[in-house]
Design a protein around this ligand. Structure first.
Ligand code: CO
Length: 139
């Protein structure tokens, strides 16, 4: 099974990145860096709850999966990201076990991490991201 090192981050889909950043700042979170991830069609604002990262995710394109999520369900919890030591190996292992994946090969995430999404149908309805090279996990 994948070697899970911890929770890398929890992601929240938002309709207004500046407003959400301000809101969560007022909730006591520390404001981290902001980055566009072209590959995913999103802009990401990293926030910190102590050492735990909360990712505010905003669509930058109409065809972004985040836009579809917002249209369908509105703002809210979007995915759970698990830190793994080897994203390619973890992904291959799940593919071999016929776990339903959104990405059957790793892609590039924020901060040059390697990521792959597991389909929420395979994980109790929670969209789950595998991340290699995340902050605090040996990158
Ligand atoms: Co993520």
């Amino acid at each position: 099974m994948p070697n899970v090192l911890g929770v890398d981050h929890i992601a929240i889909a938002v309709k207004d990145l500046d407003a959400a950043t301000q809101l969560w700042k007022e909730m006591g979170l520390r404001v981290g860096s902001r980055e566009v991830v072209e590959d995913q069609g999103v802009e990401v604002q990293m926030m910190y709850a102590g050492a735990t990262r909360i990712e505010l995710v905003f669509p930058i394109r109409e065809d972004s999966p985040i836009q579809a999520f917002l249209d369908k369900r509105g703002a809210g919890l979007h995915h759970l990201a698990l830190a793994v030591d080897d994203c390619a190996a973890a992904t291959q292992e799940l593919v071999d076990r016929e776990v339903r994946m959104i990405n059957t090969e790793p892609k590039t995430g924020a901060h040059q991490t390697r990521i792959a999404f597991v389909h929420p149908k395979a994980t109790s309805g929670v969209l789950t991201e595998l991340v290699e090279g995340g902050e605090g996990f040996g990158s």
